[in-house]
Design a protein around this ligand. Structure first.
Ligand SMILES: [Zn+2]
Length: 661
């Protein structure tokens, strides 16, 4: 662990590896489940992050007529979310009808206890076990595997047992898609072609824009020589070659000497872009060995030609027409959509929030890109809605979540990043996405007959994220973490400066706190048993008493001892404590990957300004339906048995919720 540097870490921990070359291993096209006529039908719109307070306010102001109408047809309630209210966890509650003790997703980020190395919690990739070396090449004899780490059965798998058809579009925490004959396509958690959660490329001649090692993107310095720019666009590492070089394609740009126009040339394509113009999807191929290449899709945005040349290239998405990793069931479903609509976003969360955070895209450019996402989503939705006539249709929208994350700063005057002039221009971004969803609901209502149950739901709501809390720094100052070099505090990352033999507890991920347990952690010191138990209670109690010296407010409403709140067989694998932050507070940007800045509190100076990784009581989601809701306080895991009961299916014993109608 101590020898790991940042670059290696990023490769190890937070990418899903490069196993793209061998593809989804099977070309078997599975037949989708047939069309059994069901007497009842269910349509569910999953609008990530839609907040009950905002919804209520804009309904009252008459801005959301169709939400209002749906409320009058049935009901509207705040929907209990998960502990913690992170999307992968919350959607897993909904998918399985359990809590994290039943599905084993506790946080965006988990760690390998033996070496403390973090990894993304929902999927893992394994390398090919047998390889053969020929000259410079290492040829795998079997495919690398990519596995979904979420446990428990998904509701559409249970529907399949009863021959009830379902289409599940981009539900989070389902990459690679759970095995089924139902039509599903993976969403949040689906990597880009590099095996990461999305790396953009940005080519610029302006040296002040150059930054090294930014998360989520690469900034390249380029030169204009004779109205021409030459660069490379990187693809996946070539696992077929001994030293695993990065694959790449040539990128040539010819600038018009007079007009703000350029011709972009990549293998198989050349196209013209005006300054400020986005390209449509372009297909790129990275050659590995003569018989293997990886296909991806990306968009180009010519930000500026003069005085400085600036070109943005989106993260390279898995090509849905020739998917290098499994992204749909049956495999042909993604291909079918690609044939009908052309290439479409496959990367889990398509909006490039990193490019906005790093100033590579400005607010308007970011929104333009997310508008492409939204338009694509709406087109495919219209298609799925028009052919839906039996069983269940679940359809997911990410733009609601992403826009609230990025634009909260412009509706919250107390936010450190509030900017009145930007607010006058983009202050209605969040309101507008709610209005857009109202229009989507209008179309859906037309399709709803007396046998159709319609549910609009979200996994959590939203609050401001104004102040960052460095939990590891707090643990250090309270004697729970010991450092190797005190004077290096704040400089080292990934616990590289942590003296594990003197460390009792550590925070990793956004809401998780672990005890450094003997026999579990590589360098654990706390014996399991009564002593550990007392330590967990002691830390939880102290955490709930912390106040922010700047505001006097309590920072943590509840520190949940997981064995008290989780049910199910995976509770033992959970972090010992889940942190429930107060409104306005969240884990710092440094904390999830084990960095320890000197100060416990910091203002949040990122554009990512709204959040939901707080206490569940602060940010419930929404449930709106055309049926009366009988449950007093419904929660995500109640919706799963609700779906089953509508089709007359008994609740499996592992599900912990109850039908809401
Ligand atoms: Zn979110």
């Amino acid at each position: 662990m101590n020898k790991l540097n940042r670059r290696e870490f990023i490769k190890l921990g937070l990418t899903t590896g490069s196993f793209l070359a061998l593809g989804g291993t099977s070309d078997l096209v599975v037949k989708a489940l047939g069309k059994r006529e069901t007497s009842k039908k269910i349509i569910i719109l999953g609008l990530d992050g839609m907040d009950p307070h905002l919804l209520e306010m804009w309904m009252a102001e008459g801005k959301l007529p169709y939400f209002k109408r749906l409320r009058s047809l049935g009901g509207f309630k705040a929907l209990g979310t998960s502990i913690p209210p992170q999307s992968p966890v919350a959607w897993s509650n909904f998918i399985t009808g359990t809590d994290p003790g039943g599905h084993a997703i506790f946080d965006f980020i988990h760690r390998h206890p033996e070496n403390y190395i973090p990894y993304l919690s929902t999927s893992e990739t394994g390398e090919a076990k047998k390889t053969i070396k020929i000259g410079d090449y290492v040829l795998p004899l079997s495919g690398g595997e990519v596995n979904l780490l979420r446990k428990g059965r998904a509701f559409w798998q249970i529907l399949e047992d009863y021959d009830i058809p379902a289409t599940v579009f981009k539900i989070p925490s389902n990459f690679p898609p759970a095995e089924t004959k139902q039509k599903t396509i993976s969403g949040m958690g689906t990597p880009d072609i590099l095996g990461t959660y999305g790396i953009f490329n940005y080519y610029t001649t302006e040296s002040t824009e150059l930054k090294e090692d930014i998360g989520g993107g690469r900034i390249h310095e380029v030169y204009v020589i004779g109205d021409r720019v030459e660069a490379k666009l990187s693809g996946p590492t070539n696992t077929f070659k001994k030293n695993r070089p990065e694959s790449s394609i040539d990128l040539k740009i010819f600038l018009d000497p007079v007009n703000p126009v350029a011709k972009i040339v990549i293998p198989d394509h050349e196209f013209i872009l005006k300054e400020g113009e986005w390209s449509n999807w372009k297909r790129v191929h990275f050659h590995m060995i003569p018989t293997q290449s990886v296909s991806g899709i990306c968009q180009f945005y010519l930000k500026q030609i003069r005085p400085h040349f600036k070109l943005y290239v989106s993260p390279i998405n898995i090509d849905p027409g020739a998917a290098a990793l499994p992204i749909s069931t049956p495999k042909g479903y993604a291909e079918e959509l690609e044939k009908k609509f052309g290439p479409f976003y496959t990367k889990g969360l398509p909006a490039d929030t990193k490019a906005l955070d790093h100033g590579v895209l400005d607010d308007g450019e970011f929104l333009k890109q997310d508008d492409f996402v939204l338009k694509e989503r709406e087109e495919i939705f219209d298609y799925e809605l028009s052919r839906f006539d039996s069983g269940l249709l679940f359809y997911y929208v990410s733009s609601t979540d992403q826009r609230q994350h990025m634009f909260w700063r412009l509706i919250d005057k107390e936010h450190p990043m509030y900017n009145p002039s930007l607010a006058s221009k983009y202050g209605k971004t969040i309101e507008n996405i709610y209005i857009e969803m109202d229009k989507m609901l209008a179309k859906t209502l037309e399709k709803v007959d007396k046998n159709t149950i319609l549910m609009i739901m979200s996994d959590h709501g939203f609050t401001p994220f104004r102040r960052q809390f460095n939990l590891n720094t707090w643990l250090k100052e309270n004697g729970y973490i010991s450092l190797i070099n005190e004077w290096k505090q704040g400089e080292e990352e990934f616990f590289l400066n942590t003296n594990w033999s003197g460390t009792k507890a550590y925070a990793l991920g956004i809401n998780s706190l672990y005890i450094n347990q003997k026999g579990r952690e590589g360098e654990g010191i706390i014996e399991p048993g009564a002593g550990k138990e007392a330590l967990v209670r002691e830390i939880a109690k102290k955490l709930e008493q912390i106040t922010d010296p700047k505001t006097g407010e309590r920072v943590i409403l509840r520190a949940y001892v997981t064995k008290d709140v989780y049910r199910g067989p995976y509770t033992e694998e959970a972090p010992e404590i889940i942190i429930g932050y107060n409104r306005g507070y969240r884990s710092s940007w440094s904390n999830p990957l084990g960095r320890m800045p000197k100060n416990i509190f910091e203002d949040n100076k990122e554009k990512w300004s709204g959040d939901h990784c707080m206490d569940p009581s602060v940010i419930p989601g929404i449930l709106l339906t055309n049926r009366k809701i009988k449950a007093k306080s419904p929660a995500l895991y109640d919706l799963t048995p609700t779906i089953l009961s509508i089709f007359g299916i008994d609740k499996p014993k592992e599900m912990i919720g109850e039908p809401v109608f």
